[in-house]
Design a protein around this ligand. Structure first.
Ligand SMILES: [Zn+2]
Length: 267
């Protein structure tokens, strides 16, 4: 996939602003909940200030519950030019929800929360835990989403087409998520993780392609880890990466889908 003129590759540097929603959903103990709350109270502010310093406007995939509980933060994000995309209502595992109506209810709750606080409906979606149910795709298509960022079957974006509806896929990967390495399994130090990211940037540049890095304010914003975010951005800018919001990548992909090598998959 060709990056836009003047850029060497596309970096989708997105944040899952989960805060404590997943821990509240799972009815965890107060301390476990407090680890998530670090994201909503501390981590998010560090992330906002780093992004501002480098003039980056990106996407925050946010559960509706977080939007309702931290409206001032959401309004700040929007004022600074970031995108709020949907990430469930209370960080639900959609693959555990069998009935279409129940999943649709979660979408409506989340969308209404975002609409109430930001004034606009979300056009992007990322499934909590990166799990879809059998109904998720049809809900995304019928509810007018422009893009999803949950599937893992490509290096570069592609387009799913069904009837006359299109959904851009901005692919992701667990390897390119801060959570497993720094929180879940704790297998890498922040510096080791940074060096792996830089290899991925180099690879994306070599193929003039796309790379998606997923971060969590409660993880990357904790303590000194925030420094690796700053280093990552500094290098990416030097490498002439385009670092836009998901919605901008989705529109770009739709624009070049006919003429370029963007894959269009019929459902
Ligand atoms: Zn999440």
């Amino acid at each position: 996939m060709k990056a836009p003129q003047n850029y060497n590759f596309i970096l989708f540097l997105s944040f899952d602003f989960d805060g404590e929603s997943a821990e509240v959903m799972r009815k965890e103990d107060p301390i476990t909940i407090s680890r998530g709350r670090y994201g909503s109270r501390v981590g998010i502010h560090k992330v906002i200030s780093v992004l501002e310093r480098y003039n980056i406007r990106t996407t925050f995939f946010t559960p509706g519950w977080i939007v309702e509980h931290y409206p001032e933060i959401i309004k700040t994000l929007v004022r600074k030019g970031h995108e709020i995309a949907l990430h469930g209502y209370l960080h639900e595992r959609l693959d555990k929800i069998e009935r279409l109506e129940d999943e649709e209810h979660i979408f409506k709750l989340g969308e209404n929360a975002i609409l109430r606080i930001t004034g606009t409906k979300p056009l992007g979606f990322r499934a909590p835990y990166w799990r879809w149910s059998r109904n998720t795709l049809s809900l995304l298509l019928s509810r007018g989403y422009l893009y999803d960022s949950s599937l893992m079957d490509s290096d570069d974006p592609y387009v799913i087409k069904h009837d006359e509806r299109k959904l851009v896929v901005l692919p992701v990967d667990w390897r390119l998520d801060d959570w497993p390495y720094l929180e879940l399994y704790r297998t890498l130090t922040p510096k080791e993780l940074l060096s792996m990211w830089l290899e991925e940037l180099e690879y994306a540049r070599s193929r003039k392609g796309f790379v998606s890095i997923t971060l969590h304010p409660q993880c990357i914003g904790r303590g000194a880890r925030i420094k690796i975010l700053e280093e990552l951005i500094t290098v990416a800018i030097k490498m002439k990466a385009w670092i836009p919001k998901g919605i901008d990548i989705a529109r770009y992909v739709l624009g070049i889908a006919q003429e370029d090598s963007i894959l269009i998959r019929e459902l």
